[in-house]
Each structure stands twice: as structure tokens, then as C-alpha cells.
Write a protein that binds this ligand. Structure first.
Ligand SMILES: Cc1ncc(COP(=O)(O)O)c(C=O)c1O
Length: 403
């Protein structure tokens, strides 16, 4: 079979692959601690599940409008007003089959072959692949770790070309957890105001922010910037609803209409009962978010302190989300030191270190190279305190053998 050039440019999601590998080893009885997963380890709250059951029993099992039921659109518009101080009509809002699908739809409506999308690195693994699938070119803009993995207005300006169609801002970020503050966003907005470029603000980790910091969206900077911005969000991470596949976006009406055309000709609509569950999630008791955040905050401390105590590893404290992104250059330096260390000389990049850790230590992490940095690993701390303590301990022992 001759496959399309587009599909041949793309490989399966590495984070899903690592999680599948860890699960298959566990099923064979191997004791593996999984740090791969990009989803909260809590069950979906009962009041949300109950809403889905009610919808099911009430026969809400048919096609819905392509862009989602109006009740959910209204709840999303209310959420944007309440949480983000952004005013949208329901005609500015659409519901997709997960935040990943929101980004996919956008790339389909924006890109012609060769159009460019600026993606600050380290980045969420799916952005470049989804751009490639739409025929576009991901323009990877490396950030500096000293700047807490945030890109500056000058750095952005330097990569804008006449082919640039969009730029992605993911704050807090997967994988680094870094969050832009209002001042930084204002400086970026001042540059972007000069160009006809769509700003895609992926806010999926918006509610998982630590140390009482406040979240700002670049669309809050001015109406002019809001008109250029597409805000992406979803219920996966905030309400532990990854399997329900509900994401949503807010944008100008012309964008929303086009996204709904794509959806009407592809998925038809997001799953009906999942939409009713998402409605309950957004409009019901929000105290679950705070409870989840407290647990993640405790784990954040355990994992970051634990990783920083390992020789050769340094790790920034994430502002949000549930990922640690340790720098491993000190671990990889062992190469060629002496005959004992020479045994490990092939462990000289993030993928090799992940293979070593899974084999030697029974620890599954994701190589940083998948996120655009071969000097890091990504460890999700959406797992129990016990697992984190045990896993970090195992990494320490495995790394000590090498360096
Ligand atoms: C940065 C980022 N955006 C979007 C998503 C999409 O999540 P979902 O498709 O489950 O809504 C993810 C999930 O890992 C993510 O990390």
C-alpha cells in the first residue's frame, strides 16, 4: 500500500506508547513504576458520572449539533466569563472530541501546504505531528532553561516569516510546567499585534496552578489580541475526564463556523452523553479541583526535591500541570570516564536513558527528545506518593551506578 506523505511524516504518540509499554510489562508481572501517563490518576467524580447515566437513561443517545449541544456551549461561555473574564457568545464557542481534536481541527482550517506554525520548545508532543498532518511546517522555537523555558518577544519575532499562520502558547506547559505571567504575555502581545498571525492559547492545564499564582490568558491583554486568539481548553485534566473526549474552543465566529464544518464532515459530533457529563463538570461543584490540586502540590514537592537530590540531575519547580522535566546532562556526562563507566557509554541521550531506566530500575519515563529536548526526561507525577518515592529512589540507584 502506498500511504500518503502526510501520514508517513508522523509517528504514534510516544507518551501513549510508554504508558502502553509500562502496562504490558506490569501485566507480565514486572514491577514497573509508570511516570509516563499524561492524565490525572483520580477517578472521574461521581456527580459527573451520574449526569452521564441520567443522559443515557433519558435517551440522549442521538446525534447532536456538530459543534455540541447548546446547553454545553452556554456553560462554556459562562466559564470563560467567570474564570477568565473573557466574554463570548455561544456562537463563539464550539465543542470538540478532546483538546487534541480542537488543535487538529484548527490546523485543518488554517493551513495550506508549507504554511508555518511557531511552536515554542519544549512542546507537547502532538503539536508538530498535527501540523504535519495538515500539510504545514512546524517551526520549533527553542526556549532557554535559564528563562524557565519561556520564549521572549525578540525570540518570537526572529522566527516570524511571511508563511507564519499561527503561534502556540501553552501555559502552564506540558512538559515543563512553566507559566507566563501577565507582564510576559503583554510583551509578547505587543509583538504579535503587528502581524496577521493566529494566536492559539492552549489552556488545558489552567486550573492546575500552584503557589496561589493567577492564570492570565493572552486574550486578556486587549480586544485587539482577543480577536486574534483562539482559546483551547477541555475537561480532561481539570475534571479527570481524559477518556470522555471533550475539548472546546472559543474564537471569532468565522473560525468556529469552519471548525464545525470539519467536524460535521468527520466525527459528526462529540459523544452525546460525554457532552452532558461535561456540562455537569463545568456547572457543578468545583471544589474537586482544589482537592486534586492539593494532592498534586504535595507530590510536586516530593518529586522535585527527590530529583534534585540525585547527583547529575537538576529540576526546575513547575508552576503548573503535573509534570517534572529534569535536566539529565549531568547523568549523560559519564561517557568514557573510565572502564567501569564505559559500560554505560551508550546511555548518552534521553531515549537511551529511558530504556536503561525501564530495564535496570523498572521506571517508565518519557524521553525529552520527544518534546524537543534531548537533555531532559518527562516524569508525570499523576501517580501515588508511594510510587513517586519508590520511583525516584530507583532512579537514584540506577543513576549512581553510571556516574
Ligand atoms: C498541552 C496539551 N494540550 C492538549 C491536550 C489534550 O488533551 P485532551 O485531548 O485529552 O483534551 C493535552 C493532553 O495531554 C496536553 O498536554
Amino acid at each position: 500500500m502506498n500511504f500518503s506523505e502526510r501520514i508517513l511524516k508522523v509517528k504514534p504518540s510516544p507518551t501513549l506508547a510508554i504508558t502502553a509499554l509500562a502496562n504490558s510489562l506490569k501485566a507480565k508481572g514486572v514491577d514497573v513504576i509508570g511516570f509516563g501517563s499524561g492524565e490525572p490518576d483520580f477517578d472521574t467524580p461521581d456527580f459527573i458520572k451520574d449526569a452521564a447515566v441520567r443522559a443515557l437513561n433519558a435517551g440522549k443517545t442521538k446525534y447532536t449539533p456538530a459543534g455540541g449541544i447548546v446547553e454545553l456551549k452556554e456553560a462554556i461561555a459562562k466559564k470563560f466569563k467567570k474564570d477568565n473574564n473573557l466574554s463570548y457568545e455561544t456562537s463563539n464557542v464550539t465543542v470538540n472530541c478532546g483538546g487534541k481534536h480542537s488543535f487538529y481541527n484548527l490546523m485543518q482550517i488554517f493551513l495550506n501546504d508549507g504554511d508555518e506554525v511557531i511552536i515554542p520548545a519544549p512542546y507537547w508532543v502532538s503539536y508538530p505531528s498535527i501540523v504535519l498532518l495538515a500539510g504545514g511546517n512546524p517551526v520549533i522555537l527553542n526556549s532557554r532553561e535559564e528563562n524557565n523555558f519561556k520564549v521572549t518577544p525578540d525570540e518570537i519575532k526572529a522566527v516570524i516569516s511571511n508563511k507564519t499562520k499561527a503561534i502556540v502558547i501553552n501555559s502552564p506547559s506540558n512538559p515543563t510546567g512553566s507559566m507566563y505571567n501577565k507582564k510576559e504575555l503583554k510583551a509578547i502581545a505587543d509583538v504579535l499585534a503587528e502581524y496577521d498571525i493566529a494566536i492559539i492559547s492552549d489552556d488545558i492545564y489552567e486550573s492546575l496552578i500552584y503557589d496561589n499564582n493567577t492564570f492570565t490568558n493572552i486574550a486578556n491583554i486587549s480586544d485587539e489580541i482577543k480577536n486574534k486568539t483562539i482559546v483551547l481548553n477541555g475537561v480532561s485534566k481539570t475534571y479527570s475526564m481524559t477518556g470522555w473526549r471533550i475539548g472546546y474552543m472559543a474564537a471569532s465566529q468565522d473560525i468556529i463556523k469552519k471548525v464545525e464544518i470539519i467536524q460535521s464532515q468527520s466525527t459528526s459530533n462529540p459523544t452525546s452523553i460525554a457532552q452532558w457529563a461535561a456540562l455537569e463538570a463545568l456547572s457543578g461543584d468545583q471544589s474537586i479541583i482544589q482537592k486534586m490540586l492539593e494532592v498534586f502540590d504535595r507530590r510536586r514537592k516530593i518529586i522535585i526535591d527527590g530529583l534534585n537530590a540525585i547527583e547529575g540531575i537538576t529540576c526546575n519547580k513547575p508552576d503548573g500541570a503535573f509534570y517534572a522535566f529534569p535536566n539529565i546532562t549531568g547523568v549523560l556526562k559519564h561517557k568514557g570516564w573510565d572502564s567501569v563507566k564505559a559500560k554505560y557509554q551508550d546511555v548518552n541521550n534521553s531515549s537511551a536513558l529511558c530504556s536503561y531506566l525501564i530495564q535496570e530500575a523498572g521506571v517508565a519515563a518519557v524521553p525529552g527528545v520527544e518534546f524537543g529536548s534531548d537533555s531532559h526526561l518527562r516524569l508525570s507525577f499523576a501517580t501515588s506518593d508511594e510510587n513517586i518515592i519508590k520511583g525516584v529512589d530507583r532512579i537514584k540507584s540506577a543513576v549512581e551506578k553510571m556516574i
